[in-house]
Design a binder for this molecule. Structure first.
Ligand SMILES: [Zn+2]
Length: 322
């Protein structure tokens, strides 16, 4: 029989054990959670989203994080799947998000960069993995080591099969039950970038297309002109909803549940100011065979880092279209 003091020590000890996880989860809506990989060795802190669809017995997962490579070597739960199925979440009534592993998964990848796909093998073994069908060559198995940036980082590229999904597809469970989410092709950051649109909850999930307070990074395969078209498309999706001002945007890093129209319009204005020469280059560095530049808005809400070539190409494109 434990004394009260011993019982408290036991409970605290168990709680500490239970919560030593590479992830934290927060409820965004009745059915949606934000999962943050809090201390990954790459300092990416990716934002992962889980939408629970009980009528389909399915969790729709957007992205899988950095594969649980945590800077904290004392962390015990390092697998995203183990976190979902075993770690109690305070904002889920103290239960794991997928308590008892009762629900199946459908995994959508916002794009193939390493910080979004390194955990995918935990799910690909028994769950469908969805990627954009916009540019099959970009996500092909032989191109993935370079395009995921795994080669540049000297890390192993995950091996997984995926289903390439057309633009504007309503996602369903394996058994065909609607998941209440539409997948949109949103190239620009990368050719395979996608957004998910939840018209019921008025939530837009945009991956790395845009976020605040950290540099929006365009890799060598990015395209700023295409990015503008994507921002226009996303704004049109929001404007066609039943309550545009109420739509919230949720991003691959840092930005969550912010007013979508405000963020999209402000980001477009900042990048437009870069093209018109109204933003000074903060630094210019030679990397991987070309000049890279960094622009930062006063106050730091938006910043952009990319090969200078992409800015020049977008300026040229803009001149052609005037
Ligand atoms: Zn990315």
């Amino acid at each position: 029989m434990l004394s009260l003091a011993e019982f408290v020590v036991w409970v605290v000890g168990v709680s500490v054990l239970v919560f030593r996880s590479a992830f934290e989860a927060y409820r965004l809506t009745n059915t949606t959670f934000l999962i943050i990989e809090v201390d990954d060795i790459y300092s990416e802190h990716p934002y992962i989203y889980a939408k629970l669809v009980p009528e389909a017995d399915t969790i729709l997962l957007l992205d899988t994080g950095c594969g649980s490579a945590s800077s904290d070597r004392t962390v015990e739960i390092t697998s995203l799947r183990a976190f979902l199925e075993r770690v109690p979440v305070a904002e889920n009534g103290g239960r794991p998000i997928n308590d008892g592993a009762r629900m199946r998964y459908v995994v959508a990848l916002s794009h193939c960069h390493y910080d979004h796909i390194l955990g995918v093998e935990q799910f690909a073994c028994d769950s469908p993995v969805l990627q954009s069908a916009h540019s099959p060559a970009f996500v092909a198995r032989d191109a993935l080591p370079a395009n995921s940036l795994c080669t540049a980082l000297g890390i192993r590229t995950p091996q997984f099969a995926s289903i390439l999904v057309p633009h504007n597809t309503m996602l369903t469970s394996v058994s065909g039950v609607p998941l209440g989410m539409t997948l949109l092709h949103t190239p620009g950051h990368t050719p395979d970038e996608v957004a998910l649109w939840d018209a019921h909850d008025l939530m837009l999930y945009v991956g790395d297309t845009v976020y605040e307070w950290e540099p929006i990074i365009f890799p060598a395969q990015g395209n700023i002109s295409v990015w503008f078209a994507t921002i226009d498309q996303l704004e049109a999706v929001v404007m066609s909803s039943r309550l545009p001002e109420a739509v919230r945007i949720n991003c691959g890093h840092r930005t969550v549940t912010r007013p979508a129209l405000e963020v999209l319009r402000a980001a477009r204005q900042f990048v437009s100011d870069i093209l018109t020469g109204n933003v000074e280059v903060r630094w210019r560095r030679w990397r991987r065979g070309e000049w890279h530049v960094d622009y930062r808005q006063e106050g730091g809400q938006f910043s952009v880092r990319c090969p200078e070539r992409l800015v020049e190409e977008a300026r040229h494109q803009r001149r052609l279209s005037i």
